[in-house]
Design a protein around this ligand. Structure first.
Ligand code: KG4
Ligand code: ZN
Length: 351
C-alpha cells in the first residue's frame, strides 16, 4: 500500500512515496534555505511563492524516482498543521486537486506527528529495528521543542509532557549563530564549530537548572551568550568562538537530554526517541546515547535525512490514518497550530 506525502509547512517543498512498512520509494526535498538565508530566518511571503514555483516539479520528480503513477497509490497525505498559513495552503491545494482528479482518499497530517513517527521510516543505512510503543520522544526543531509520551500512532495516543516556554531549541541555535555572525541555519554550523571547542572554558548558565519541571527555556541562555560577547568580544580569536559554541551547545543539550531521560524514568519507559532537525546534532546524539547506556534505556534516532523536514514522514503518518479507513476529503482544515494538546503555555510558565 503506497502513500504519497506532501509537505510545505515551512521552508522545504517536499513530496515522497512511502509504503505502509515505512520503506521510502522516493523522498524529494527542495530546500529554500538560500532564499531565506540573507534575512537570517524564514520570510513567510517568500516561502509561499517558492512553494508555488516548486511543488509541481518536486511532485513529478517524486513519482519519477519511485517509477510510479497516481494509479499505483492507495492515498494522499498532506501536512495540514502547524506551520505558515500561506505555505501550508500550497500543499493542501495540490493535494486536494490530486485527490479530486484521481478519486484517492486524502488525509491531513499534523507535522509534529510526522516528526514523531519519522523513526519508523526505513533507511538503507539503518539496520536497527524501529521502536515499540510506548516510548518517550523529544521533538526538537526550529519551531518546536517538547517531550511527548507516545503510546501509539494517532493524535489521541500522543501526550505532551512539557514544552519550551519561549524559544525552540533550533531557534536558539539559529539566533545565537546570527548573533555571532555565523550564517543560517545556525544549528549545523554551531554543531561543527563546537566539535573544536572546550565547553568548560566559558561559563554560561544552564537553563532552569534547579527546576524539576519538564518544560524548557532557552531565551536566558541566548541573552547570556549576547552579554558574554558584549563584555568579551569581538571574537577575533577562533578558539574563543569554538569554546563559546561548545559551551552553548553543551548547555542546550544538557537541558534537553536531562529532562527527556527524567521523563522516561518517571514513566517507567525503556525507549527514548529523538526527532526533529536538532536531533541531527552530534552533541545531542552523543549525550543521549550516554544517558541511555547509564540508565539501560534504548535510544532510537531517525536517519538524519528523516530528522529535518521531509515528506516521507508525512506519507508514513498519513498511511497510518489511511489504514484505519480515515478520509478528510470533504473537510480538510488548515491550521497554524498543532492538533496535539498542549500543556505548556508560551511565555507564561506552567499552566
Ligand atoms: O525540523 P526542521 O528541519 O524544521 C522545523 O520544523 O523547524 O528543523 C530545523 C532546525 C533549524 O533551527 C536548524 O538550525 C536545526 O534544526 N538543526 C540543527 C542541526 N541541524 C539542523 N541544530 C543543531 N545541530 C544540528 N546539527
Ligand atoms: Zn519540522
Amino acid at each position: 500500500m503506497l502513500t504519497l506525502g506532501i509537505e510545505t509547512s515551512c521552508d522545504e517543498t517536499a513530496v515522497a512515496i512511502v509504503d505502509d512498512q515505512g520503506h521510502v520509494l522516493s523522498d524529494v526535498v527542495h530546500s529554500q534555505v538560500k532564499t531565506h538565508a540573507v534575512y537570517g530566518g524564514v520570510v513567510p511571503e517568500l516561502a509561499s511563492r517558492d512553494h508555488l514555483q516548486n511543488i509541481v516539479p518536486v511532485y513529478r520528480e517524486a513519482l519519477e524516482r519511485a517509477d510510479k503513477t497516481l494509479g499505483d497509490l492507495a492515498g494522499i497525505a498532506v501536512t495540514a498543521q502547524p506551520g505558515l498559513s500561506g505555505a501550508l495552503l500550497v500543499g493542501i491545494q495540490v493535494a486536494r486537486g490530486l485527490a479530486w482528479s484521481s478519486g484517492l482518499p486524502l488525509v491531513g497530517v499534523d507535522h509534529l506527528v510526522g516528526h514523531l513517527l519519522a523513526v519508523f521510516l526505513r533507511h538503507p543505512e539503518q539496520s536497527e529495528p524501529p521502536p515499540e510503543f510506548p516510548f518517550i520522544a523529544l521533538l526538537v526543531s526550529g519551531g518546536h521543542t517538547a517531550i511527548y509520551r507516545v503510546d501509539g500512532d494517532s493524535l489521541a495516543m500522543i501526550s505532551e509532557l512539557g514544552a519550551t516556554r519561549d524559544d525552540a531549541a533550533g531557534e536558539a541555535f539559529d539566533k545565537v549563530a546570527k548573533l555571532l555572525g555565523l550564517g543560517y541555519p545556525g544549528g549545523p554550523i554551531i554543531d561543527r564549530l563546537a566539535q573544536k571547542g572546550d565547553p568548560d572554558r566559558i561559563p554560561l548558565a544552564l537553563p532552569m537548572r534547579r527546576q524539576r519541571t519538564l518544560e524548557f527555556s532557552f531565551s536566558g541562555l541566548k541573552t547570556n551568550v549576547a552579554r558574554w560577547v558584549e563584555s568579551n568580544g569581538p571574537l577575533g580569536d577562533e578558539q574563543r568562538l569554538y569554546d563559546l559554541c561548545a559551551a552553548f551547545q553543551r548547555n542546550v543539550v544538557e537541558s534537553l537530554a536531562s529532562r527527556t531521560f527524567r521523563a522516561a524514568r518517571s514513566h517507567g519507559l525503556r525507549t527514548v526517541v529523538l526527532a526533529g532537525g536538532v536531533a541531527a546534532n552530534r552533541g545531542l546524539r552523543a549525550r543521549a546515547a550516554q544517558y541511555g547506556r547509564e540508565l539501560g534505556i534504548r535510544v532510537v534516532v531517525p536517519h538524519p535525512s528523516h530528522c529535518t523536514d521531509n515528506a516521507a514522514m508525512i506519507a508514513y503518518a498519513g498511511s497510518r490514518r489511511l489504514a484505519r479507513g480515515e478520509d478528510d476529503a470533504e473537510r480538510l482544515e488548515m491550521s497554524p497550530h498543532t492538533a496535539l494538546e498542549r500543556v505548556t503555555r508560551k511565555g507564561a510558565g506552567p499552566r
